[in-house]
Design a protein around this ligand. Structure first.
Ligand SMILES: Nc1ncnc2c1ncn2[C@@H]1O[C@H](COP(=O)(O)OP(=O)(O)O)[C@@H](O)[C@H]1O
Ligand SMILES: [Mg+2]
Length: 258
């Protein structure tokens, strides 16, 4: 796989949707966030690092009368262009949404999350998925050195009913780390239709998608706090450390699901 270089620019709202587990809803969430921003008239690019190319496929199916979203097929190897030329984002792009592949090595994880304003981890409710997500979060904090105090990291519970044992376990784990679950998406054919038709939930018949759009709006409004979160980062000394009590929780998560 090519190196996961992502471009840097001041004031770029870079959102990374990440979880090495396939099928947890990364592309679903990435495309729906993109459609929401595009509908607001905010210039949006999605960058697809997954060789399965679901996000690029969604963009190909997108009806031409809907707001334009720029797509970059970052999973493709270039023959003729340099990597940075292939990955260049249009100058007028305000929001960059990065859809990531299954299974990232440590270097890729650091690279893909570099300069991210927000990182979303979608999690399915099964205990296997929750294990995988716990390890993913542990890697983000320990390997990619995401500082929890920057509040860049959030979980989206996908295809979930709130009142299950496994959901309660996930909540406890995230609580202990101070990572918020910003939305709970239900299992709904609306997401399947959105994928099939190349549209976002916000572009579908409102009466059909209301509860799903409400959750999506929660995600977008959390994302929109990025500039504020960045400003409030307490990083006076420049020294970044996870409190040691938390590290042991994380190491346990890394080991137990390895
Ligand atoms: N909340 C949901 N309700 C119903 N189907 C969903 C939901 N989220 C995702 N799906 C479906 O599950 C499959 C996997 O989702 P996808 O977003 O492609 O996962 P990933 O990108 O993480 O591999 C897709 O067919 C998608 O339409
Ligand atoms: Mg995908």
């Amino acid at each position: 796989m090519p190196m996961l270089i992502t471009p840097t620019r001041d004031n770029l709202n870079k959102i990374v949707v990440l979880n090495p587990k396939g099928g947890c809803g990364k592309s679903t969430i990435a495309t729906n966030i993109a459609a929401s921003y595009a509908r607001q008239g905010s210039r949006t690019t999605i960058m697809d690092f997954d060789p399965q190319g679901s996000t690029m496929g969604w963009l190909d199916r997108r009806p031409s009368d809907l707001p334009v979203i720029h797509g970059i097929a970052a999973f493709k190897k270039t023959m003729h262009a340099t990597r940075s030329w292939q990955l260049r984002i249009p100058d007028d792009t305000c929001n960059l949404i990065v859809d990531s592949p299954a299974g990232l090595n440590h270097d890729d994880l650091r690279e893909v999350t570099r300069d991210a304003a927000s990182i979303l981890v979608p999690v399915l409710p099964s205990s296997m998925d929750i294990h995988a997500a716990s390890r993913c979060i542990a890697d983000l904090l320990l390997v990619a050195k995401i500082d929890r105090r920057d509040r860049k990291l959030a979980v989206v519970a996908n295809r979930t009913r709130k009142n299950t044992k496994s959901f309660a376990r996930l909540m406890r784990f995230l609580d202990s780390l101070g990572i918020p679950i910003i939305a709970v998406l239900r299992d709904s054919q609306n997401f399947v239709r959105s994928a099939e038709q190349g549209v976002g939930l916000v572009e579908m018949q409102p009466s059909r998608v209301r509860p799903d759009v409400e959750q999506l709006e929660r995600i977008v409004s959390w994302l929109d706090g990025w500039a504020e979160r960045r400003r409030n980062t307490t990083n006076v000394t420049g020294i970044r450390r996870q409190p040691s009590s938390r590290i042991s929780i994380l190491r346990k998560a890394q080991v137990s699901s390895a």
